[in-house]
Write a protein that binds this ligand. Structure first.
Ligand code: ADP
Ligand code: MG
Length: 247
């Protein structure tokens, strides 16, 4: 078996009496898209927050490229190659598209915004940011304000921001949310090509996208992984149908 790029071991997180993450162990292997699905409130975003380091687990550990990163901050994990997109966009809407990508190239996750202006003059970073925009097909919008992009283009911009990290692994929380048919198709094509570069842990409600993209699916219900397998295995799983797919 190939070593996991990203792994959680027995993660537990409680909010008062609620156990939002109840012993979650999952792996992300090279080259794959591993989708995490589950109903609202299942604990998907809570799991991602622990993986990315914005929320501390009560028990268990997170491993990135064979290193235990459980005690590391979110920016440290980002610098170690963990690239994240958010369920709720964190773009700086008043800044230009290129500035947003540069911000990602410099600050990693959640870094301060103020020491940012000198970056605009850093050629290596600028080249990297421009290359990321080409990857997502937004090079013609580089000078536009992020606020002037369509919703779908903003999602692509978030992926471009993540790309500047030369990530080892992507973690994405509902990237398809709010996209129309055309936007989802564009993003699906982009993610399909990205997996060869770095595997993707994909939390997603859009089941068409999940079935089109996922190499493996894990189903999270009340903080527990109740099933894990290929698309065919998960579609055929009766417990999953009852708990989630509504069959
Ligand atoms: P999902 O992303 O699968 O919809 P979440 O991870 O957002 O689910 O939430 C899982 C559960 O944990 C929900 O019941 C939610 O209300 C609860 N929860 C999430 N964050 C907090 C928090 N900061 N404080 C208290 N409860 C929380
Ligand atoms: Mg969520």
């Amino acid at each position: 078996m190939t070593e996991a790029v990203l792994e959680t071991r027995g993660l537990v997180r409680r909010f008062g009496a609620l156990t939002a993450t109840d012993g979650v162990s999952i792996t992300l292997r090279p080259g794959e898209i591993h989708a995490v699905i589950g109903p609202n409130g299942a604990g998907k975003s809570t799991l991602i927050a622990q993986i990315c380091g914005t929320l501390a687990p009560d028990a268990g550990s997170v491993w990135l490229a064979g290193c235990d990163v459980t005690a590391q901050t979110a920016p440290a994990r980002a610098r170690a190659g963990l690239a994240r997109t958010f369920q709720v966009s964190r773009l700086a809407l008043e800044d230009s598209v290129l500035e947003n990508v540069l911000l990602g190239a410099v600050g990693a996750a959640g870094a301060a915004r103020h020491p940012f202006r000198p970056v605009l003059r850093n050629r290596a970073l600028r080249a990297r940011a421009e290359a990321a925009l080409v990857r997502v097909g937004l090079e013609a919008q580089a000078a536009s304000r992020a606020a002037d992009l369509s919703h779908g283009q903003r999602r692509l911009l978030e992926v471009a921001v993540a790309l500047t990290l030369s990530p080892r692994a992507f973690v994405m929380d509902e990237p398809m949310a709010g996209l129309g048919t055309e936007g989802s198709a564009m993003l699906t094509g982009l993610l399909d090509g990205l997996r060869a570069e770095a595997p993707i842990l994909l939390v997603e409600h859009d089941m068409d996208a999940v079935f089109a993209l996922a190499d493996r699916i894990s189903v999270l219900v009340y903080g527990k992984v109740i099933a894990s397998g290929t698309v065919a295995e998960i579609r055929a799983d009766r417990a999953v149908g009852e708990a989630y797919l509504g069959d």
